[in-house]
Design a protein around this ligand. Structure first.
Ligand SMILES: Nc1ncnc2c1ncn2[C@@H]1O[C@H](COP(=O)(O)OP(=O)(O)O)[C@@H](O)[C@H]1O
Ligand SMILES: N[C@@H](CCC(=O)OP(=O)(O)O)C(=O)O
Length: 367
């Protein structure tokens, strides 16, 4: 099933004087429902908690002080989820709330748990609705995303989504901020993000947005590196989200199809240093070579070396012949404990980020 991350900014969900714009929430829910009904696995990264909450509290404009923003987010996040739940219920879709901090991504255990939760929700056909956990993330205490563009790109790469759609109030990236420069022209497609391109992008355009185009380009850069095609643009009319996902949206596409995957494979095959060796049986050799399948624990005979999830390992047949290389999802001790077992049995015994020992997207056949 194709996996898609959609990020919606505050500017598209709230009005400039604060408060949720309910018709927009209903509109986006109907757009996401169309994607969902096409049998896609959909994840939503949403902003808008601060913008939704500050008016309820009684602040006149988006607060600047950290504790006021956090209070506004605490009020607004509940309102945001309530609005989404109501809107998605019309399509019979159940949603789930996931709040993440930047620190969660640097802690392998925490992020693995978040990813396992997301996997389970997706497999149960639930739409995870993700936002930053604003009440505990502050620039003073710990690292903060600040804008959800960055968060969406990490979610997209870590869940191995094929596409990231960043919905904003502008129909793409322009040669300058169109609000300030009426002569700016739209850039339809970007194959490589240069420093020059980053310089074109300015900050937020509205009273409720935070990151502006700069943070969106940074997000696209992370996504591209991870092999995720990114769209930045506008989704305003019925069916426009499907068009954006299909490559016909009103916005800018950051494409990876030409080089990123092969770059990743090039890196895997020719630049990486394997830190361990996995020996597999003949069935696994055929699956990897001819069926382009992922490597499952059932096909593993033994392993050598000390490695951890995310490390590169080489895979050999039982006669010692090199088959290829890939990024492993198991620590060596976990693989030793589960070699040859069925996936169900492995799930009962160890806590791994993915059941595949090596996912096919993270694999290159060398002979
Ligand atoms: N080069 C550019 N092209 C397009 N928009 C730009 C550019 N530079 C800055 N912007 C501004 O970025 C804004 C979108 O970012 P932001 O306000 O953070 O929205 P969101 O809440 O959707 O994340 C646009 O409204 C626009 O004014
Ligand atoms: N976590 C914050 C997101 C901050 C924000 O405004 O982001 P964005 O609108 O995407 O630039 C919130 O929900 O208000």
């Amino acid at each position: 099933m194709e996996r898609i991350v959609v990020k919606i900014g505050s500017s598209s969900l709230t009005s400039s004087e604060g408060g949720l714009h309910k018709p927009n929430i209903h509109f986006f829910a109907s757009e996401l429902a169309q994607l969902y009904k096409q049998n896609k696995q959909v994840m939503l990264v949403t902003s808008g908690a601060v913008a939704a909450g500050f008016r309820e509290i009684g602040y006149e404009s988006r607060p600047k002080l950290v504790y006021q923003k956090q209070a506004a987010a605490a009020v607004g996040q509940a309102l945001l989820m309530q609005a989404y739940q109501e809107a998605f219920a019309q399509y019979g879709i159940v949603t789930a709330q996931i709040l993440l901090t930047r620190n969660d991504f640097s802690n392998r255990k925490r992020i693995n748990h978040a990813l396992m939760t997301i996997e389970e929700l997706l497999s149960q056909r639930i739409i995870p609705i993700i936002n930053e956990n604003d009440t505990v993330s502050t620039a003073e205490i710990i690292l903060k995303f600040g804008d959800n563009d960055h968060l969406s790109s990490l979610v997209a790469t870590m869940t191995k989504a094929s596409k990231l759609v960043i919905i904003t109030d502008m129909d793409g990236l322009y040669t300058a901020d169109p609000r300030k420069n009426p002569d700016a022209t739209k850039i339809e497609r970007v194959d490589q993000i240069s420093e020059e391109l980053v310089q074109l992008a300015g900050g937020a355009g509205s009273a409720v947005g935070t990151g502006g185009m700069r943070s969106k380009i940074e997000a696209a850069r992370i996504a591209m590196r991870g092999g995720v095609t990114t769209f930045i643009g506008r989704v305003q009319y019925d069916g426009e989200l499907l068009q954006a996902v299909d490559g016909n949206g009103r916005g800018t596409y950051f494409d990876t199809s030409q080089h990123s995957l092969s770059m990743k494979k090039q890196w895997l095959g020719f630049h990486s240093t394997p830190v361990g060796t996995i020996m597999v049986d003949q069935g696994a050799v055929t699956a990897l070579r001819e069926r382009h399948s992922s490597l499952l624990p059932a096909g593993v005979v033994s392993c050598e070396g000390e490695f951890y999830p995310g490390d590169v390992v080489q895979v050999v047949a039982q006669d010692g012949k090199l088959i290829g290389r890939g990024v492993v999802n198991y620590a060596s001790w976990q693989l030793k404990a589960t070699a040859g077992l069925s996936s169900e049995e492995v799930e009962r015994r160890v806590d791994v980020p993915r059941i595949e020992v090596i996912h096919r997207d993270e694999w290159i056949t060398l002979s």
